[in-house]
Design a binder for this molecule. Structure first.
Ligand SMILES: *Cc1c(COP(=O)(O)O)cnc(C)c1O
Length: 330
């Protein structure tokens, strides 16, 4: 498949998501926030399991794995990882095995994403390493041990954040541009939650590469903003290189620190953000990502951020529902 406007084929892709995801105006939220037009890009409705934004990178990662003749996908994360659950589902739909490496012991209370991965048929490996920081190396080591047993593993770092995966979001930037053109709007700012950085990197590669008129601003939810901006810049440049697009520069990467009380822990403002989105628009935002991105959007609008803005709803349905039923996700 070729991305229109790019000079190079983005590589093999399988079909997981139902695209384009809807772009919907949030008039009731605009009224309570007293601001100009807000549009919501509904990647929570990406149509593959409850994968949200993760369906997009997995289309390219699984495509690449199949093209390389892999027979087992190896990924890792926290028990709460949306990526691990989505990867398990995606692997099984094309007949790949899936081994998942988790940091630490099995969760003591059932985790929706762990149980989804298990139900999909993934092999779950707990206690391989103690911390999230050690996961990427553990994924590579596990892949090597599989290779020595004669298997053909395809290793994916945390969050699927590779140049190959980010291509899914470069395509998504183009998809948004086409939707905006069809309804005659020109967004000023696109707001997105940033975890591993793959989503923002791909959106930036697409924004720069296709000369789209908006600024992408990421809400970093787990690591300091300066750490993330360096990672995102490199990843967006690798992604652009892979697609034959113009490389993003330092000034194209805009990250704000929204970690607050911690990854997956909502501040008072984050709770208000989630409540506003739910009660005025029927949008489910989770404590890991969506609520913090909405807090950032509210902050930007208070400092007279130009509109229209697009709020990229990345998903997080399983954590949002877990919080509602239990108080805090695992
Ligand atoms: C993974 C995820 C993100 C962040 O995407 P990254 O590519 O890891 O930065 C945002 N929101 C949700 C719901 C996610 O699952």
């Amino acid at each position: 498949m070729t991305v229109p406007g790019s000079r190079r084929d983005p590589g093999p892709r399988i079909c997981l998501a139902v695209l384009p995801t809807p772009l919907v105006r949030a008039r009731r939220l605009e009224r309570v926030l007293g601001c100009g037009p807000i549009y919501v890009k509904r990647d929570d409705l990406s149509g593959f399991g409850v994968s949200g934004n993760k369906a997009r990178p997995l289309e390219f990662l699984i495509g690449d794995a199949l093209a390389q003749g892999a027979d087992v996908l190896v990924a890792g994360g926290a028990p709460s990882s949306n990526f691990c659950a989505a990867a398990a589902l995606a692997a099984r739909t094309v007949g790949l095995d899936c081994d998942l490496i988790f940091a630490g012991p099995p969760p003591t209370t059932p985790s929706v994403n762990v149980e989804l991965a298990r139900a999909a048929g993934a092999r779950l490996c707990f206690d391989v390493v103690a911390t999230r920081e050690e996961l990427d190396a553990a994924v590579v080591a596990h892949a090597e041990s599989l290779r020595s047993l004669g298997r053909r593993p395809y290793a994916v770092p945390r969050g699927g954040a590779t140049a190959v995966g980010a291509a899914g979001f470069a395509c998504a930037a183009k998809e948004l541009a086409e939707q905006c053109e069809a309804i005659g709007i020109t967004p000023e700012v696109v707001v997105v939650a940033t975890g591993s950085g793959g989503t923002q990197a791909g959106l930036v590669a697409g924004q720069v590469g296709f000369a789209l008129p908006w600024r992408v601003v990421g809400a970093s939810v787990s690591r300091p903003a300066d750490t993330m901006s360096g990672l995102i810049l490199r990843l967006s440049q690798d992604c652009a290189d892979g697609l034959g697009l113009t490389r993003p520069a330092v000034a194209d990467v805009d990250v704000c620190d929204l970690v607050g009380p911690g990854f997956g822990i909502a501040s008072t403002e984050d709770r208000l953000s989630a409540r506003l989105a739910l009660q005025h628009e029927g949008l489910l935002l989770d404590d890991y990502y969506g609520a913090k991105a909405m807090t950032m959007l509210r902050g930007l609008l208070e400092t007279a951020c130009p509109t229209p803005v697009v709020f990229w709803h990345t998903g997080g349905v399983s954590a949002a529902l877990t919080t509602l039923t239990r108080g805090a996700p695992t």
